[in-house]
Design a protein around this ligand. Sequence first.
Ligand SMILES: NC(=O)c1ccc[n+]([C@@H]2O[C@H](COP(=O)([O-])OP(=O)(O)OC[C@H]3O[C@@H](n4cnc5c(N)ncnc54)[C@H](O)[C@@H]3O)[C@@H](O)[C@H]2O)c1
Ligand SMILES: O=P(O)(O)OC[C@@H](O)[C@@H](O)[C@H](O)[C@H](O)CO
Length: 393
Amino acid sequence: MKVLHFGAGNIGRGFIGKTMLQSGFDLTFTDINQNLIDALNYYKKYKVKLVGYNYEKIIDINNFQAVNLNNPEILNIISNVSLITTAIGAISLNKIALILAKGIILKIKLKSKTPLNIIACENKIQASSYLRDIIFKIIPIKYHEYLNENIGFVNCSIDTIIPSISSSFEKNTLSLIAENFKEWIVDKKQFKGTIPKIIDMTISNNLKSFIDRKILTLNTGHAITAYLGWIKNYINIYESIKDQDIKNIVKNAMQESGLTLIKKYNFNQQNHFSYIDKILTRFQNPFLLDKIERIARNPLQKLAKNERLIKPLLLAKKYNLSYFNLIKGIAAALYYRNKNDLESMKIDNLIKTLGIKKTLSQISHLQLDSQEINLIISEYTSINEIFSKKLYN
Ligand SMILES: NC(=O)c1ccc[n+]([C@@H]2O[C@H](COP(=O)([O-])OP(=O)(O)OC[C@H]3O[C@@H](n4cnc5c(N)ncnc54)[C@H](O)[C@@H]3O)[C@@H](O)[C@H]2O)c1
Ligand SMILES: O=P(O)(O)OC[C@@H](O)[C@@H](O)[C@H](O)[C@H](O)CO
């Protein structure tokens, strides 16, 4: 089976590319970073080192192609593959929609009847449906029947931690370190044609709860670990989570979010709290060297209403549950300032122009004089007394 993967970054090379090749597929990577495409074509191989507690395994990855997204050949490839996956960052999905639409129109003109499934493997709730809506707006209505019959937009939940590696464990800069844990769950109902047999991919009839479970637990806790750790000048996630004050806030915030999920989906509380403890152990993995900067990236996105920090807060409010530790995490996110992160600098500018309250209301769509916004602001102003503030690196 032919597969095209958008985004040859950490998860693209370290998990999806690896998985597709191990499943015996013909894989092409595409990316906007020409240096990366050149490196993939030069080395023609890389290694993924899987690390866990008392576990290490090196996997050789080879037999793939790599093409720049701007290479005109990409349209032929899109029209010809049966599976497309993406891992480019949720905010970039709208940037690939046009090229995907053009490739699909070419496929229609070539009278292809081979189903194409598209799986957006981003940390965004129902990312493939989001991409589908944009593509449907671009492609003329006369082709929509074809799209409904032949193009599957398959939502997924994807969980495996793959850090950005600054010093590789070997000369080939494409090689990566990844954690041994992996969980990739896709929605059974959204596939067109036969569901491909992909190793490490689990098919579910109940995906919505799995997506919320992952993003509103792991990513909620990860983000809070990063923002609190940044304030305390830690570099890596494992250092931050080793700090008992931070760990307490993170664990309590994950449990606050967890109690909303238990209420919403009727999860078993003991199982869900064990799931939280397992995630905390994963954050503590010292072999990953996962930088706080990677986890804290794009705070504007992370502070959005439907995202990992605000969504559990609103759910807790709805169900009349406690949310004080989530408030601490949100306040910490507002402190994130990193010159390498444009979104954090945008938040800084907004705070300077609008003040903290209006900024937060604008970013998160919380009501200006709501109880939760007042609690966040109060935490924001007092956070400096608890931790040593660090505004610029
Ligand atoms: N790394 C992880 O641990 C992990 C785990 C689960 C999910 N994710 C999700 O996967 C996505 C990618 O994360 P990552 O850590 O691999 O990031 P990354 O920055 O390492 O990789 C992203 C890649 O996408 C490329 N890209 C960006 N815009 C593009 C475009 N318009 N067209 C083609 N390529 C483009 C970039 O050049 C880069 O190579 C994110 O949505 C992230 O939330 C990451
Ligand atoms: O990729 P982001 O920016 O949405 O979130 C950063 C990390 O929390 C994330 O990449 C995790 O490592 C991943 O979601 C683990 O499954």
